[in-house]
Design a protein around this ligand. Sequence first.
Ligand code: ZN
Length: 339
Amino acid sequence: MKGTVLYGPGDIRFEDREDPKIAAPTDAILRLSATCVCGSDLWPYRGLQPIDGPTPMGHEYCGIVEEVGSAVKFIKPGQFVVGSFATSDNTCPHCPYGYQSSCMHREFMLRAQAPFLRVPQADGTLVATPGGVPSPDLVPSLLAASDVLGTGWFAADAANVKPGGTVVVVGDGAVGLLGVLSAKQMGAGRIIAMSRHEARQKLAREFGATDIVTERGDAGIARIKDLTKGIGADSVLECVGTQESMMQAIHSTRPGGYMSYVGVPHGVELDAQQLFFTHIHLHGGPARVRRFLPKLIDLILKGTITPGKVFDLTLLLAQVAEGYRAMDERRAIKALLKP
Ligand SMILES: [Zn+2]
């Protein structure tokens, strides 16, 4: 088969790779129905995160099970499955506690920008759609559940979004937009999306944003304070991972409020004393997507949510380099890749 490999900044190649094979009895091999480019793939693509030689890319996936190892009990060939970017056994002390993305047997997925994929800990990592293989129009939304929706949902959950509460979402990438959708599902009363990009503002409104703030930095914080009678928001979702976005989120949160951060921080430094006096709850990390997958799959199959709308560019896998370019230049929110 061919698969996607990053050689260096801006250098994405779709080249011959070995077909994945069962390597451990707990593995499964999937034939992917769709995969995509993640905002986090752009860090190494832009040279802002070092890579150790040519690196196979991709960690968002859904598809049909082709083959399972001898120790796999629940996942069966022929099922349509969605999995997280972090593998989990679902049995260690962290997994039943709901933190599968800190599983003692965690591996971070790679190699998903390809037609076939090996998934370790198949029984714990994968969730099969009830009712068999879903209709093709649901595939983009189910693919979104694998990472961006799961991460947006975690962001809203970790920021303690409650019915009627005021929510600020920092970041208008796919995760931020799906953080808006998640906050809406959790009953937020007011959802302020911070975005200066027209197409993204439109989607944010469609997903449930009630207000748009285009200012950034101190001006952005001042605007949030204006909109909340000087109080700040009950829940703030930080979905970028830069110093500016973290500071904007921290200072948009009311004393006693909750801030989540789900964008992998890059070059962020926090002043503990400054943080001390903000009086906010902070919770972030690699999203515990696996915990939320059954619920998210159910909402998608029922047609309650359509997170697949974040894919505004669909390409063939062989065109993966164009997907990276389009997202890097912010011409696309998120690129879906079809094998
Ligand atoms: Zn575990």
